[in-house]
Write a protein that binds this ligand. Structure first.
Ligand SMILES: [Zn+2]
Length: 352
């Protein structure tokens, strides 16, 4: 979903190219790592550290992404080394090359506890060595959404995480909300949030007036906020909306936001409000779909997803879309604006 806001400004119009790291200022460099997805890049950052450069987010494991790091390290850092690796959260485009970078340069990984443990858990549950039979409650969640059996089986067969994440370092340095992390001459404040990931890390430097926002704040697209099959009764949208209030309280509107995708921008508080309004509109749209005069019958999450997106999606995109719809439905359930009924194996939703 693309949103726009007149209050945003983009001081850097051209993103870095292959092998390039653009100086945001003397302390921060910006590079892009390629992704083999419709969203074809992730932004990674380098912070001037004592004796070298600290990496923030690493890209997804793959030959092109590794070559990008090799080129940047060789040509853009004046021969200075990588000093450590910070990861905002466990998604493969962020943590994918952390193990490779940490091992190659013999430097430490820094992240939050939940994101580190999620990375370990997802890595252990994927790949050829993982268990073959899907867990009954995960299968039950898929059935309850009304996702087709074909889609469900395609999703349960997908154990790609450990191909997208090079390896997981066996040790890490824990960052907690409110920590002040000294990186070179600057202090960066850790701000953690839930909703997109369990303990997503943002870094705010008051002196530089910069926020490294990961996937917590993006300028035009909205991050996925989904109920995960591994936490089937979760209410991540409530966490996500609370996270927006927290960001507005802890970080001033004046900052330059360095996001994980798209371009650096200013206009943080307007963007936070815009995303909150976007989700309020989605909640209203879902309620409206349950309120059509000719559709008094209740609808499954899959039916509501088809009507919301008005097109068919391939299994993984559909999984993300259904997860988002279920997140909004769980929010409405918690507010008492929706009720659901289990008929057979599927939940059907209607207005309260
Ligand atoms: Zn993410």
């Amino acid at each position: 979903m693309s949103l726009d806001c007149a209050s945003k400004h983009y001081p850097f119009q051209t993103p870095p190219g292959q092998g390039e790291a653009i100086a945001i200022n003397e302390q921060v460099k910006w590079l892009r790592s390629p992704l083999p997805l419709s969203l074809n890049h992730i932004n990674c950052y380098l912070l001037r550290d004592e004796g070298g450069w600290c990496v923030v987010d690493t890209g997804m494991n793959g030959d092109a992404a590794r070559q990008q790091w090799l080129d940047v390290i060789e040509t853009q850092l004046d021969g200075e080394p990588i000093t450590r690796v910070i990861v905002t959260h466990h998604h493969p485009d962020h943590v994918g090359l952390a193990g490779w970078l940490c091992d190659t340069h013999q430097v430490s990984l820094y992240t939050t506890e939940a994101e580190y443990l999620y990375t370990c858990a997802m890595n252990a549950a994927s790949g050829d060595g993982s268990r073959n039979a899907p867990y009954w409650e995960v299968t039950r969640y898929f059935n309850q959404t009304g996702i087709s059996e074909t889609d469900r089986n395609a999703l349960l067969d997908n154990k790609d995480y450990n191909h997208l994440v090079s390896s997981v370092p066996a040790a890490y340095h824990r960052i907690q909300d409110g920590d002040r992390i000294q990186i070179g001459s600057q202090q960066w404040e850790a701000i953690t949030t839930r909703g997109h990931a369990p303990e997503h890390l943002c870094l705010y430097c008051r002196e530089l007036d910069i926020l490294i926002s990961g996937d917590q704040v993006l300028p035009e697209i909205t991050s996925n906020v989904s109920v995960s099959p591994t936490v089937p009764e979760d209410n991540p949208l409530d966490d996500w909306l609370q996270a927006h209030d927290k960001m507005a309280t802890r970080v001033p509107d004046s900052v330059l936001v360095l996001p994980a995708h798209q371009l650096p921008f200013t206009g943080l508080h307007g963007r936070l409000q815009e995303v909150i309004e976007h989700h309020r509109e989605r909640l209203d749209a879902l309620l409206a779909l349950m309120d059509q005069p000719n559709s008094s019958q209740r609808k499954s999450a899959q039916q509501l997803t088809r009507e919301m997106f008005d097109k068919s999606l391939e299994p993984f995109q559909n999984f993300l879309a259904v997860g988002e719809v279920v997140a909004h439905l769980h929010y409405l359930l918690a507010e008492g604006r929706t009720k659901r009924e289990l008929i057979g194996q599927v939940y059907y939703y209607g207005r309260s």
